[in-house]
Design a protein around this ligand. Sequence first.
Ligand code: C2E
Ligand code: CA
Ligand code: CA
Length: 550
Amino acid sequence: MGVPLPPAANTHESGEPLERAQRDVVALGIAIAALILFVGIGGRVMPQILRSWLGMQQPPDMLLTNALLLNVALLIFGWRRYEELRREVGVRRIAEEKARALAESDPLTGCRNRRGITPAIDEMLRVAHEQQQEVALLLIDLDNFKTINDRCGHKAGDAVLVETAMRIERLLPADGICARMGGDEFACAFTFDEGDRARADRLAADIVGAISTPVTVADLTIDVTVSVGLAASRQPGNGNSQPDAEMLIHWSDIAMYHAKKSGRDRHAWFEPQMESEIRFRNALESGLRRGIGAGEFVPYYQQQIDIQTGKLVGFEMLARWKSPEFGIVSPDMFIPLAEDLGVIDKLSESLIRAALEDAKGWNPELTLAVNISPLQLRDPWFAQKLLRLLTECGFPPQRFEIEITESCLHENIAVVRSILTSLKNQGVKVSLDDFGTGFSSLAQLRALPFDRLKIDRSFVTELANEGANSELVAAIVALGRGLGLPIVAEGIENDEALAALRKLGDIKGQGFLYGKPEDAEATLERLMAQAAREISPANHSLPESKRAAG
Ligand code: C2E
Ligand code: CA
Ligand code: CA
C-alpha cells in the first residue's frame, strides 16, 4: 500500500506543486484502496478465523487469510516507510533552514546580508503601510576603508567592520534591522511615525557620530568616517504609491553618493532630482570612457609671457573634451571624473603625447607646461613613464615642465620626492600650481624640489580691484623669493593687474589679457603670425606686450 509523500519531500523541483498534488491523490487512492481491501477481506476472514478457533468451523479460507496477512504486512511496511520519510524530510528541512540562514547572513559581522534584508524590508514596508507609518532606510558607506585595509591590514579592517555593525545595531530601535550589503557598506531600516522625519534624521546623525568615533584595534587607533544616504518610503510628489525594498535601496544609494560628493562624513536625504544628476553623471562617465579611445580629448594652449619684456616664453597645456554629446567640456568637470574612474593616467598620457607632437613644431625656445594630477604621483614609475614619452616623441626634457598642486604634499611625500628628483635630474622643471590656496607650511614646501611658484588666479584677479589687497600678492612674491623660486602669475585679465604685477619685479604671467587657451591649429597660426611680424622691421616700434597680446 502507498504512503502519501509529505509535502517538503521535493520542495526544489520547479512545477512541483502540481506534480506533488497529483502524486498525493494517487497515494491517497492507494491508501484508501488498501484500507477498503483490509476492511473487506478482514470482515470476511476474521469471523472465519474466530469461529475456527472456537472449534465451530473448519479452518478459514487459506487464500483469503494469506491476502489478509499480505494486507497487514503492506500496512506495516507502508507505515514504517512513512515514518522514515518523515524523519528524512525533517532533517532536510533543518539543513535547508540552516543553509537559508547562512545565505541570508554575513559571516563576518553576523548581521543580515543584502539577500537577507530585502524581504525583511518588504515586510516592514507592508506592516508600516497598514499602521500609517513610514520606513526609513539608511545606506552607510565607510569613507576610507580601503586606506584602513592598506595601512593597518585586513585583520584591522575586519575588526572595524565588526565594530561598525555593533555600533549601528546598538543605536537601532527595537524594530530596526541591519545588514552588511557587501564590502564596507551597511544598510539599516526602521519605522517612524508618518511625517516625523526629524526622528529619522536624528538617528542618522547619531549613527554617523557613533561610527565616526575612532576604533581601537590592538594598539592601533583607527579613524573612521561614513557617508550616509537616507530615503523614506513616502516621497513628496509620489502620492500614495509605496516603493518596494529594491527601490528604497536604490534611492538611498543615490543619496549616499550625493553625501560622498558633498565632502563625505555626512548624511543626505534622497531627493528626486538627484536621480537625474546621477543619470547625467553616468552618461558623462560612459562618454568619457568612450571619448578617450575616440580621441575626443585635445590639448589647448595658453601663452606664458615674461611680463617685463612682453616676450612669449612658452605655453601651458590645458585639456579640453570635444564631446559629440556635451560639446566642449571643461577640465574642471572631467579631470575629477577621470580620477574617480581610474583613467587619469591614460587620459593624461594621450594628452601629453599630442601636446609634445604639437610643441615640436614650435620655436625650439618655447617651453611646454602640463598639469599633473596628484593621483599620477602615486605611481612610483611615473617619472620613468614620462621620460620615456619624452624620448619617444623626441622632445628635449629641458623644454618641458610639470605643474602640480599643493595637494600632492598630502600624498606619500617620499614617493613624490623621488619622482620629482628623477625628472629634475633629466632637466624637467617642476612648478607648484595654485600657490596660496593650500594650507602647506613653508617646511612642507621646502620638502619638495620646486623650480617655480604659480600664484593662484584668485589673488591676481583681486589686484585689478580698486583698493585691492596688492600687499598679499607682494607678500606671496616675497615668499617665493625667500624660497629662491621664480614666480608665475596666472589669471592676468586686465592692464591694472598687469601694472600692479610689473611693480613686483621679474615675473612671468599668463591670462586672458594675453590670450585665452587655444587649440593646436590656432596656436600655430599665432606663432607664425608673430614670426612674420618679427621679420617685418615696422613692427619693432610696437611695445612687446601689445604684440604678444595680439
Ligand atoms: P589651472 O592649472 O590653474 O589652469 C588655469 C585655469 O585658469 C585654466 O582653466 C585657464 O583656462 C584659466 N585661465 C587662464 N587665464 C585666465 C584668466 O585670465 N581669467 C580666468 N578667469 N581664467 C583664466 P581651465 O583650462 O578650465 O583648467 C582648469 C583646471 O583644470 C586647471 O587649472 C588644471 O588644474 C586642470 N587641468 C587642465 N588640463 C589638465 C590636464 O591635462 N591634466 C590635469 N591633471 N589637470 C588639468
Ligand atoms: Ca596649471
Ligand atoms: Ca592654477
